[in-house]
Design a protein around this ligand. Structure first.
Ligand SMILES: *[C@@H]1O[C@H](CO)[C@@H](O)[C@H](O)[C@H]1NC(C)=O
Ligand SMILES: *[C@@H]1O[C@H](CO)[C@@H](O)[C@H](O)[C@H]1NC(C)=O
Length: 529
């Protein structure tokens, strides 16, 4: 808390100075300040932008920035700051989770042969991403004060190339000649019925005028105004202007296909039938002994549930048994590629991800996960992993992204969760959870696992899913983990080989991670605990 507040304070002071400079004619006590002009300028610009256009014309009235509120506004100039080093006892890291910061741009650009080229390329790609994801329905429209025009502010939608009646149009005005104009850009207007005494011009065109000496007949006629989308675009919006003499209003009509549902026919059931609802997916590499333990443990509790195994061993061994699908991949394809392959083969409504070095116990109650996914809007729910030592981890994180302008955005990852879920006292909502989770299969497909992350990767999936996945975590659905802590002389050859492969962080591997964050997700830095 302390650090961001200091940063805020500095910005406030800076912006104060700038305001003083810009409004030099207003007498004002300016105190001494430490400055970083870019940010200060931005805070002022930001404040003016927020209040700006909508209530213009009051520039000469002085205002006083309220520090503690203004500094929480998004500023498009984020920074990644680590917690300050304080006096630390041995192991204090384990007690208090210090925030660390990591730059992504410099390490990636320094190792790149053409840093300027890659920056430019990222900017181009981002530009076209923004164009693709732009929707006119998201643009801010302000309704002017005292407009006599009545119109729908939101919720009007038309299917591509189809026709609707525009609901809610009316005029509240007295005067001798009542005239309104409608203008669109992706479609045309018409009337579905005519009213005597109303003059209509421009039917079937992008601009239509309706006029009547009687307000009541005009308003009656406005109830029959139709809009027909004429330009095919599967997901956009038309901004319609509705105007009378001296008054203008704008509203949007969303244009798009409806969402096609993806429903799973799991059969009628009084109780949750895990076999019909759930598939267990895992990826194996050099650990057939562990995989066998996992399968045996699953079979004790769920004898008929399908298990999908992605395997990228150099010398694959057969893994057989009822309800097992074993997919052999090219050698060393990697961690996320394996997850992708396994999940892509799932045909049930839910998929459970479990690491191959875990095993099920009586505490691994998949029914509880199904229950919470059936009864809430969660898309994915994590469980807990119990280590051999008895330590139980849930690995809950919150993720946020702060805007950072041209350099890229800032990624912030923190331990913790948002809130407990009503009716499920052992479950909470977070943004990222542990490597043992159950998700709605179609939502997990949608996010996908970036197959370029071959050795390490976990949070990357949740970062990609931020905003589209609603994630929960329940501490009482537990798998057990075969401990990672082994005495070196007791390791088997395959363990040694696995660790060599998995934990050798080659520089190529690091580059991929930096590139994914810097280029694909367009971050410039991150902080984490
Ligand atoms: C009313 O105004 C419209 C548009 O300004 C005009 O075309 C129309 O002739 C007017 N009607 C009367 C009766 O003045
Ligand atoms: C559960 O679902 C499986 C697969 O659809 C089916 O074979 C089985 O009979 C079902 N069990 C019950 C108790 O309905």
């Amino acid at each position: 808390m302390r650090i961001p507040y200091k940063k805020c304070l500095a910005m406030i002071l800076v912006s104060g100075l700038l305001l003083a400079l810009l409004h030099a004619w207003i007498p004002r006590a300016s105190s001494g300040v430490d400055i970083t002009p870019r940010e200060g300028g931005q805070l002022k610009k930001l404040l003016e932008g927020k209040i700006g256009d909508s209530i213009g014309g009051y520039d000469n009235i002085e205002y006083h920035i309220k520090d503690d509120v203004a500094c929480h506004l998004p500023q498009n100039s984020c920074m990644c700051l680590a917690d300050e080093e304080t006096f630390r006892l041995p192991f204090s890291n384990l007690l208090s989770q210090r925030v660390w910061a990591h730059k992504l741009d410099l390490p990636f650009l320094e190792s790149h042969p053409d840093p300027e080229g890659v920056k430019r390329h990222r900017a181009q790609e981002y530009n076209s991403f923004q164009k693709r994801s732009y929707n006119p329905a998201d643009v801010l429209i302000v309704a002017e004060a005292n407009s006599p025009l009545q119109y729908p502010t939101q919720g009007v939608e038309v299917r591509p190339l189809k026709t609707i009646i525009i609901p809610g149009l009316a005029l509240k005005e007295t005067g001798s000649n009542h005239t309104v104009h409608l203008t669109a850009s992706l479609g045309t207007f018409d009337v579905a019925a005519t009213v005597d005494g109303v003059f209509v011009k421009g039917e079937g065109e992008k601009h239509m005028m309706l006029s009547s000496p009687l307000l009541s007949t005009l308003n009656r006629q406005l109830q029959f105004v139709t809009y027909t989308n004429t330009v095919f675009h599967p997901k956009t919006a038309d901004t319609v202007q509705f105007a009378t003499e001296g008054h203008q209003s704008f509203f949007t009509i969303k244009v798009g296909h409806g969402t096609i549902p993806k429903l799973y026919n799991s059969g009628y059931q009084k109780e949750y039938n895990i076999t019909a609802l759930v598939t267990i997916a895992t990826k194996t590499f050099l650990r057939y002994d562990k995989l066998k333990d996992l399968i045996d443990s699953i079979r004790q509790y769920y004898p008929t549930v399908t298990i999908v195994i992605a395997d990228d061993n150099e010398h694959p061994q057969p893994v057989t048994g009822p309800h097992i699908e074993h997919y052999i991949m090219p050698f060393g394809k990697g961690w996320f590629a394996g997850r992708n392959l396994a999940v892509s083969q799932v045909t049930t409504k839910y998929v459970v991800w479990v690491d191959d070095d875990s095993f099920f116990t009586a505490d691994t109650k998949l029914e509880r996960m199904v229950d919470i996914l059936e009864k809430t809007t969660l898309d994915l729910v994590g469980g807990a992993v119990r280590e051999v030592t008895g330590y139980k981890a849930t690995y809950r994180h919150t993720i946020s992204v702060e805007e950072g302008g041209e350099e890229g955005d800032c990624l912030h990852i923190r331990d913790g969760f948002y809130h407990v879920i009503e009716g499920f006292p052992t479950c909470v909502v977070a943004d990222a959870v542990i490597n043992f989770f159950m998700g709605r299969t179609d939502k997990v497909h949608q996010v996908g696992f970036n197959p370029r992350l071959s050795r390490r990767g976990h949070l990357e999936f949740f970062i990609d899913g931020l905003g589209s996945l609603h994630v929960g975590s329940c501490s009482d659905v537990i798998v057990s983990h075969a401990s990672k802590i082994h005495l070196p002389w007791s390791k088997t050859d395959s363990q040694k080989a696995y660790e060599k492969f998995r934990y050798s962080s080659s520089s190529a591997d690091k580059d991929v991670h930096n590139e994914v964050f810097y280029f694909k997700n367009r971050f410039k830095c991150m902080t984490s605990q």
